[in-house]
Design a protein around this ligand. Structure first.
Ligand SMILES: [Zn+2]
Length: 385
């Protein structure tokens, strides 16, 4: 039993006040890997072990629904050049593709495990992971094989960019992604994704990739409308994607389509931060009634952060979101984007994924940007940090 919780975010509006379902002076009982009881500390049942939160805030572990963690190599120089005035384009991915292909399985897995651990230390207890830096049948399949050892949320992103070998034959590459590569990758993936963008894949190509994935039992999610206006969001909604990710350049029709659908708008402020680009408007999407998630987009090129707290702080400062909305988006929002009901909430029966802050309130995640606030992390009932 964790007791003495000064402020508890349950994300269960039936259980406390506001959309976050806030409780004060609360306790949470863990049994095995699940939450067994939630409520006022004064009414808590007996428990064989007690942990005193000492008035601090407890919230669900972060759900990071968008990350690219199977890669090798380093792009410090590219970041440095960009921050010295050069523009971002999708082509920088090729640098990481070359380094990833050259790396051994053990190197890739050690890298990935390091990032999962790094995220966990900062309170992330569920993390999605995409392929997309192999771009051959073998390299994409091994990326997903390795990722699947560390998370069930694996995403086939063979359509990240056109593989360099197919630079003169993008249609041939789409055939590979929807054919032989899909056959090799589908057994290791839950999701299919595509980078629908100028310089990557257009609407027709993206549709072909997602439709082929759906036919193989994968559920779509889409890199949509990041660098320019485009068809990605509409396609995501039309195909029933779990999530349209980035959503930086949206028309009113795009916003309305998201608001009228079950497709989550996943905002990735680390990408705009790290490319010195204009942020998406969380306020506009929320006011329209869309479900919004926040995620890191952790990758070596355009957003090399694993910090959900950083994303919350930026969303509040730059994207018109309230602290409550941003914390919800980083926990329950991410769970929606992954169609998970067992995470992103602290309710009876949910997985016991819990983040204890060195702070009296979840608002401190935005109020104290850049300050490490992780006091303890439980994942599936096990104290990890
Ligand atoms: Zn991404």
């Amino acid at each position: 039993m964790i007791t003495g919780i000064g402020s508890l975010v349950t994300n269960d509006p039936g259980h406390g006040t506001g959309p976050l379902g806030l409780l004060t002076d609360a306790a949470v009982v863990i049994d095995g890997d699940r939450v067994a009881w939630v409520g006022p500390a004064a009414q808590a049942p007996a428990a064989d072990e007690r942990f005193d939160a000492d008035g601090r805030a407890l919230l669900p572990g972060f759900v990071d629904s968008h990350a690219h963690l199977v890669f090798a190599g380093d792009r410090t120089a590219e970041f440095n050049a960009r921050m010295s005035g050069q523009a971002y384009s999708a082509g920088g991915i090729r640098t990481t593709v070359a380094a990833t292909r050259a790396a051994s399985d053990a190197e890739l897995e050690a890298n990935l495990a390091g990032f999962v651990r790094e995220a966990l230390r900062q309170g992330t207890t569920t993390i999605e992971c995409k392929s997309g830096y192999g771009l051959t049948v073998e390299d994409e399949a091994r990326a997903l094989r390795i990722a699947a050892k560390h998370t069930p949320e694996t995403t086939y992103l063979g359509a990240h960019i056109v593989a360099p070998e197919y630079a003169e034959d993008p249609a041939g590459y789409v055939d590979l992604v929807t054919g032989e590569m899909l056959d090799a990758c589908a057994p290791h993936a839950r999701w299919v994704d595509v980078f629908c963008e100028k310089g990557a894949f257009d609407g027709d190509q993206a549709r072909a990739v997602l439709t082929a994935g759906i036919e193989r039992g994968l559920t779509p999610r889409v890199h949509a409308n990041q660098l320019t206006y485009g068809p990605g969001v509409q396609l995501a909604v039309e195909l029933g994607a779990a999530s349209a990710d980035h959503c930086t350049h949206l028309t009113d029709e795009d916003v309305a389509a998201l608001a009228g659908s079950a497709t989550v708008a996943t905002l990735l402020p680390g990408a705009e931060f790290s490319t010195r680009a204009e942020y998406p408007s969380g306020r506009r999407l929320l006011d329209a009634g869309a479900v919004v998630a926040l995620s890191t987009d952790c990758n070596p090129g355009s957003s090399f952060t694993s910090s959900m707290a950083f994303c919350i702080a930026v969303a509040v400062r730059e994207m018109g979101m309230t602290p409550d909305e941003a914390v919800w988006a980083a926990t329950a929002g991410g769970a929606h984007a992954l169609r998970r009901s067992d995470v992103g909430t602290i309710a009876i029966g949910a997985r016991a994924d819990l983040l204890l802050l060195d702070a009296p309130s979840h608002v401190h995640l935005a109020y104290r940007p850049g300050v490490p606030l992780t006091a303890a992390v439980w994942r599936a009932g096990v104290r990890e940090v």
